[in-house]
Design a protein. Structure first.
Length: 734
């Protein structure tokens, strides 16, 4: 009872107001510091990956980098018949004149009619770096709206990467607000059912929300080391609400259990110390496991995953701190208030309120689930593992892709315009950019070779035949842009990229001595990102397995349990990924969860799922095995300790799982397809982990392993040898 966890809880319980005020001062300071230093947002350079990223860097060196582009599309109003070309040309000239005066605009191209004279477009190139265009696009949108107002007989609208990105950000913000409106009330109702007390139900929610607030501030500071790409706040909300409520729930349930077990004879401070020594330690180990697991995402060498890792680590560690400081203080204060009420009742001669009795062992449903496990562990293990492997089988058909622009929700106005633009001008759907760096005196050779390449692909049906060649002022860097009349995800676009890289480029520019080449552009980015993730996946997965193993061995001093933890986490993650593939790579579930299948899974989803799930699985694993180990250290035979530990932890694991599933499932309602896949897969993973792995697979394995579970831990084996309590029949545990 002298470890750091207990000492921190003891101080907070003895000085509750200091603990409570200190926590909220900490939250305010974190937010204040974060707001004062601001967020360091990721730049275009931070997103460069693979050959496409190398090509972008070369182009930027010569001032040929891709700039944000907006298209103003002028068409006939629906139901008005054929486009009035004269009016459309006049409106296009007005657009061009207005745009050219804006300080945000670099160039304005001449208006272009489509092949059927049904549309006129004006292409506007902005000055900002490519990924920062959304921050400056409002001025362009205002001018487009002004032209629309001046030409009510026409439809004048705007689209492009900046306006689409702005629309996506707004949609994400609206979705998150709606998610909070769903997740918070459901979480509160769940906690009310668990505790039957408004005050006790509000404590986990209050601490989770304050932890999220502190984490947001700290993540702003951390962004100056690991730039934020905009997804960090989503992760803080997603992970923070889940682990914040869970950690508090573990602690609260144990404190109430200890007080009920003692029949009300424990003081609030003593109950808090007991909870800190048991569940408090489990919370610390679980939090460290989530943080260390999340840190493996830094190995992805990707600004998006770095931002995810930073958000997950910060909010998890803050949630742990809140459970060690503010939570004991709140519990002690609530306990003292309850004691004072009891004293006042006694002073008035009233009978004390009946204390909630502690019921040992599992509830009826848990006992029913454990009965076949206890009687037939080998059969139970076989059936459940086979079932989980069957769920994991669809992973063999996993198709990873980068979720391109065309996958965004059509509820975004700019995406509707995007569809109409691509229908009128299919050559704008995507492009290849062939970038060459060579000595200035090789410039004529490079130019001739690039023109030869353009001539070679001119009749390729996969390309539009449109090309543009530009050269840097110092003649060292050249770029050939080829338009592709197909979406980046199409077979035509992808096969044309492969042929340019493997055939056309080596046979032309590849012959120029000393020339460095790379193919970038929309199609190349789409192809290179999943490839990069697939290359990093073995490294990250290996580190993740090692971390999980090391954390479990450290927590329980058992190599066997370390191996068990690795196997079970792999099994639950693979099964969740299999269900994800089964749902999202096909169309049968589109109506059920409101999405349009792309026939693929987002390239970031599997890696995110494995890392976050491995960390979150440690929550349940540490909590459950801690209860089993406590019993074993008291000399309870391993077989009985497994049943007792699973049974006594079942209610809190179930409650925690319901909270997590609620939070994750609410993210499955988002319109952003990748976030929807992440929320869905995590909800499925937690369900499988809590109700199949921890209730059936884990106890079956531990029953079959027996005392070997604790190898090479001497403490448990010594306790088992020194005491021989009379075992209860497993079947009598109800």
């Amino acid at each position: 009872m002298k470890n750091l966890t207990v000492r921190m809880a003891r101080w907070s319980a003895v000085h509750p107001w200091r603990g409570i005020v200190g926590w909220f001062v900490f939250v305010v300071l974190c937010l204040g510091v974060g707001i004062s230093v601001g967020t360091n947002e990721a730049t275009t350079e931070d997103f460069r990956i693979g050959e496409a990223g190398r090509g972008e860097a070369i182009a930027a060196e010569g001032g040929l980098e891709q700039r944000p582009v907006e298209h103003v599309l002028i068409t006939a109003k629906p139901g008005t018949g054929k486009l009035d070309i004269a009016a459309a040309d006049s409106a296009a000239d007005d657009v061009a004149a207005r745009m050219a005066k804006l300080p945000e605009v670099l160039t304005v191209d001449d208006p272009v009619r489509d092949a059927d004279d049904t549309a006129v477009r004006v292409t506007v190139t902005m000055k900002a770096p490519e990924r920062e265009g959304k921050d400056h696009v409002d001025a362009l949108i205002e001018q487009t709206a002004a032209v629309q107002e001046a030409n009510p007989s026409l439809r004048v609208e705007e689209t492009g990467s900046p306006s689409i990105s702005k629309g996506v950000d707004k949609l994400r913000g609206d979705d998150l607000a709606r998610t909070e409106m769903i997740a918070l009330p459901v979480t509160l109702v769940t906690l009310l059912l668990v505790f039957s007390s408004v005050a006790m139900a509000l404590v986990p929610l209050l601490l989770a929300l304050s932890s999220i607030a502190a984490a947001v501030g700290l993540s702003m500071v951390a962004s100056h080391v690991f730039p934020d790409n905009g997804i960090g706040i989503n992760i803080i909300l997603l992970i923070g609400l889940a682990v914040g409520v869970d950690y508090t729930l573990f602690y609260l349930k144990r404190e109430r259990e200890e007080r009920a077990r003692a029949g009300g004879r424990l003081s609030p401070q003593a109950a808090v110390e007991l909870a800190a020594a048991t569940s408090g330690r489990a919370v610390v180990v679980s939090g460290l496991a989530v943080a260390v697991s999340s840190a493996t995402l830094y190995l992805a060498d990707d600004v998006i995953f770095s931002s995810i890792a930073t958000g997950a680590i910060v909010v998890t560690l803050v949630a742990v701190v809140s459970s060690l400081t503010a939570l004991p203080a709140l519990l002690a204060k609530l306990g003292m208030r309850a004691d004072r009420r009891a004293e006042r009742r006694a002073a008035r001669g009233l009978a004390p309120r009946r204390q909630k009795t502690y019921k040992a062992g599992p509830g009826r449903l848990t006992a029913a689930a454990l009965r076949p496990v206890a009687r037939h562990p080998r059969a139970t293990l076989t059936v459940t593992v086979v079932a989980m492997l069957a769920l994991a089988a669809p992973v063999l058909g996993l198709n990873l892709t980068d979720m391109g622009r065309e996958t965004h929700s059509r509820s975004i106005d700019a995406m509707q315009v995007y569809d109409r633009l691509n229908a009128a001008y299919p050559e704008l759907k995507s492009m290849h950019q062939v970038v060459v760096r060579a000595d200035a005196d090789r410039s004529p050779e490079v130019t001739a070779a690039l023109r030869e390449l353009a001539a070679d692909v001119e009749d390729d049906p996969r390309l539009s035949g449109d090309s543009r060649l530009t050269t840097s002022p110092d003649k060292r860097i050249s770029m050939l842009q080829l338009q592709v009349p197909h979406y980046v995800s199409s077979d035509e676009a992808q096969s044309s990229l492969k042929d340019i890289r493997d055939t056309y480029l080596p046979e032309t520019v590849g012959r120029v001595k000393g020339a460095e080449t790379a193919v970038t552009g929309d199609v190349a980015r789409y192809a290179d990102y999943p490839t990069h993730q697939e290359e990093k996946l073995p490294l990250i997965l290996g580190a993740l397995l090692l971390v999980t193993f090391a954390m479990t061995v450290w927590a329980f001093r058992s190599v066997v349990l370390g191996l068990v933890g690795v196997v079970l986490n792999l099994l639950s993650a693979a099964a969740a990924l299999g269900v994800l593939v089964m749902v999202f790579q096909h169309t049968w579930a589109e109506g059920l969860i409101d999405f349009t299948s792309t026939g693929s899974i987002g390239a970031r989803v599997p890696l995110f799922l494995f890392v976050i799930l491995f960390g979150l699985s440690m929550d349940y694993q540490v909590f459950v095995i801690s209860r089993i180990r406590e019993a074993a250290l008291r000399g309870v035979p391993t077989r009985q300790a497994v049943i007792d530990g699973i049974g006594s932890s079942a209610s809190v694991v179930t409650s925690a799982a319901v909270v997590m599933v609620t939070v994750f499932a609410s993210f499955a309602a988002l319109h952003i397809i990748e976030m929807k896949q992440i929320g869905f897969s995590l909800a499925v993973a937690v369900l499988l982990d809590a109700f199949v792995i921890r209730m059936l697979v884990l106890p079956s394995m531990m029953l079959l392993l027996g005392d070997a579970n604790w190898w090479p831990s001497r403490a448990v084996r010594r306790a088992l040898r020194s005491t021989e309590p009379a075992p209860r029949p497993l079947e009598s545990v109800n």
